[in-house]
Design a protein around this ligand. Structure first.
Ligand SMILES: Nc1ncnc2c1ncn2[C@@H]1O[C@H](COP(=O)(O)O)[C@@H](OP(=O)(O)O)[C@H]1O
Ligand SMILES: [Mg+2]
Ligand SMILES: [Mg+2]
Ligand SMILES: [Mg+2]
Length: 332
């Protein structure tokens, strides 16, 4: 059984990936804005969120959306507004006005919470990776009563086969609660079932983490890896592509240790965490608590993120406990 939500999510993410690829090839200086938290946002992020919002509305007129972006920067800049409107219309072959595009983006201001159904969109996750020509992902989740039940990741720059940089690139990851996880390569209609790695010896494991050391402590993860006898170098890539590579078995551990006080956004983890779980893995925070998507736009009940293939999960959690004890950090 394939739900209507799943079909629509795939359509929306594929169209959003198309606009991101288009933007990357034509992005010029001045089309990137630095947000209050000093992170970048590009015309690609705005166009992608507009396209997802418009596509969801076509099938679910009353949809609710928790989205990373809003139209403030477009209201303040005519050139950004025009570029984004042009990009959306050329990708969808439509003729929306600038106001309609901004309204579509601002559907993403929903607060989320523990009741009802809503979507969660990160229109470009890994904007820094996107700007570098590295990994990024369009990430769409669907939440029912505070629990993620559907996740689709679109990863335009990710190799389809393992981490083979020379082979074809661009794939979707799809997870639906109770129905497993799948990979669909761009240009194909076949959903290939995926499963986490069966490696049971942490010494043979590979781990992945943020490319940006400011998003996750590379120092802490190196100590944990040492304790687990992991000898292979970490896979450092941007975005929820990390969840994708755990789900299909290219790595066994994803470690994320943000700086003190940082609270994760739901859109940075909703789709990817469900895909790993549906592929047989375990996802929790650095204290071992499940990620709680019922708290609004942020994961206020959690700190950090750990995803594993399940088999070596308790070894990983034990290593985390001892490293943070050594560093005198209190673990709950
Ligand atoms: N100081 C920080 N610590 C942890 N995550 C951060 C951060 N600053 C930004 N982020 C988040 O990290 C995301 C990218 O994750 P990763 O490091 O895995 O690529 C960003 O998503 P966007 O690129 O959508 O803004 C952003 O939400
Ligand atoms: Mg951002
Ligand atoms: Mg993000
Ligand atoms: Mg983003």
């Amino acid at each position: 059984m394939v739900s209507k939500e799943r079909e629509v999510a795939i359509e929306a993410v594929l169209k959003a990936c198309k606009v991101c690829q288009k933007v990357f090839n034509t992005l010029v200086k001045g089309e990137t804005v630095i947000k209050a938290d000093e992170s970048p946002v590009t015309i690609g992020d705005f166009a992608s969120q507009a396209i997802v919002s418009i596509t969801l509305k076509k099938y679910f007129p009353d949809f609710k959306l928790v989205g990373e972006e809003n139209s403030q920067a477009l209201k303040e800049s005519e050139s950004l507004r025009k570029r984004v409107t042009g990009l959306v219309n050329s990708t969808l072959e439509t003729n929306y006005s600038e106001e309609e595009i901004m309204k579509a983006i601002d559907r993403g201001t929903f607060e989320g919470g523990s009741t009802g159904n809503f979507w969660v969109i990160d229109p470009i996750d890994g904007t820094k990776g996107f700007l570098r020509g590295g990994q990024y992902a369009v990430c769409l989740g669907y939440t029912v009563n505070g629990e993620v039940t559907l996740g689709v990741l679109g990863c335009p720059n990710l190799p389809c086969n393992d981490m083979d940089e020379d082979g074809p690139k661009g794939c979707l990851f799809i997870g639906e609660k109770g129905y497993g996880a799948f990979q669909r390569n761009f240009g194909s209609e076949e959903d290939i079932p995926i499963h986490v790695s069966s490696i049971d010896d942490s010494a043979k494991a590979k781990f992945c983490e943020s490319f940006e050391a400011g998003h996750s402590s590379h120092k802490d993860s190196a100590e944990i890896a040492k304790l687990l006898n992991i000898s292979l170098p970490p896979i450092r890539i941007d975005s929820q592509c990390k969840y994708g590579i755990i789900a299909r078995g290219n790595a066994q551990v994803y470690l994320r240790f943000p700086r003190e006080g940082y609270i994760e956004n739901t859109w940075d983890h909703a789709a990817g965490s469900l895909i790993v779980k549906e592929a047989g893995g375990i996802v929790c925070d650095m204290f071992g608590k499940p990620l709680d998507f019922s708290q609004g736009r942020k994961l206020s009940n959690n700190k950090g993120v750990i995803a594993t293939n399940g088999i070596i999960h308790s070894q990983v959690m034990n290593a985390i406990k001892s490293v943070f004890k050594l560093n005198n950090v209190l673990l709950g």
